[in-house]
Design a protein around this ligand. Structure first.
Ligand code: AMP
Ligand code: MG
Length: 349
């Protein structure tokens, strides 16, 4: 293997085992299967070759879906200076920036998720994400004053959206957006749409922990997805079975750091400015990956309390792992196990 290919392979393997939801062992099926490292994560698309779809057509459709993910990345990446989001993030307070319809729509949906989660989900969290990312690099926990200062630049209520003009403006100084909690979900949805537009009826798209299923893996059999054990990356604790649905898992085991015996998650509670402590991990099943992605992040902030509150109005189903009485404990929305044919694969404690 060439050095670059070898490096990519190692990165892909490392990312694959850390992803929160992943394809479980499914019976041997004849599939076209392709992987790539995109959006800083491991992307995998599998298409079963059944009823008339040739391997060449399946492969061509997957290539188009991968291109679609690259296109989404160019819209939302904060690591690319010319993305729509980076362009917006350079705006001064009060400056209305016209942006592409697609980016506007995802920002609009994100604002709705903020309302639905009482601000636990908030794409204006970037100043705090930057502060805590720096802390992860330096190993030094920021002072309360530094947290307060970054926190004062955060708040979805100060994001001014004008649907008619398709503009976004910041109501406070030095605000900025981070779409990291929904962009991979959006990419998975768009990849699934591209596959469908190219004649694919059954597929599974994995974009990091976001899994989006189209149809079934074989007639009468849904896609089996494993949910990662949050303290043992090599194991799953539950398999669920899905068709035409999306599942995503967020957890405190990604990009975390430990200082003074405390674990600091990469998910921030925008209301306090400190890393979320609501849950160890949260898994959400819904009809689309954007919804699963947003609520999985939000539930890491809200914890089991959020599960109860969102059960009626939120997505299809959710699982929360949190510490109770000194051990890990599982909480699910009512009827979750029956609805998704959940099979326990390991003990959680
Ligand atoms: P996810 O892995 O989908 O849970 O997304 C986590 C990423 O979203 C983080 O790395 C941050 O970039 C960003 N983020 C952190 N906290 C929040 C939050 N409370 N609401 C929205 N985005 C967040
Ligand atoms: Mg998310």
């Amino acid at each position: 293997m060439k050095p670059l290919a070898a490096a990519l392979f190692i990165l892909a393997a490392a990312v694959a085992v850390t992803a929160g939801s992943r394809l479980a062992h499914n019976d041997a099926i004849n599939t076209v299967d392709k992987s790539a490292v995109l959006m800083g994560t491991f992307v995998n698309i599998k298409v079963p070759v059944t009823d008339g779809l040739s391997r060449a057509d399946a492969a061509a459709a997957i290539d188009k879906a991968m291109d679609e993910i690259r296109r989404v990345e160019r819209l939302f990446s904060v690591y690319m200076d010319d993305s729509e989001i980076s362009r917006l993030n350079r705006a001064k307070k009060g400056e209305a920036v016209k942006i592409e319809e697609e980016a506007f729509s995802l920002i609009e949906r994100s604002a709705d998720f903020s309302l639905a989660t009482d601000g636990a989900f908030d794409i204006t969290v970037k100043p705090l994400v930057d502060l805590w990312s720096e802390a992860r690099r330096s190993g030094k926990v920021p002072s309360d004053e530094e947290v307060r200062s970054a926190r004062s630049r955060v708040g979805f209520r100060d994001l001014i959206l004008d649907r008619g003009e398709r503009t976004v403006a910041f109501g406070k100084d030095a605000m900025a957006l981070d779409m990291g909690a929904v962009a991979k979900g959006y990419a998975a949805d768009m990849a699934a749409r591209t596959l469908a537009e190219n004649g694919v009826r059954n597929a599974i798209v994995g974009c990091g922990g976001d899994m989006r299923c189209l149809g079934v893996r074989s007639p009468g059999k849904g896609w089996k997805v494993g949910i990662r054990h949050p303290r043992d990356k090599g194991r799953t604790f539950m398999d669920i079975v899905l068709s035409d649905a999306a599942v995503d898992t967020s957890g405190d085991y990604e990009k975390f750091f430990i200082a003074g015996g405390r674990r600091f998650s990469h998910i921030i509670d925008p209301r306090t400015g400190y890393p979320a402590e609501g849950a160890v991990s949260a898994t959400v099943v819904s009809d689309d990956s954007v919804t699963s992605d947003a609520f999985a992040t939000a539930l890491c902030v809200l914890g089991s309390e959020g599960l109860r509150r969102l059960a009626d109005t939120g997505p299809g189903g959710a699982i929360i792992i949190s510490y109770k009485n000194g051990g890990l404990s599982i909480d699910t929305t009512k009827g979750f196990k029956e609805r998704y044919h959940a099979i326990k694969t390991a003990d959680i404690r």
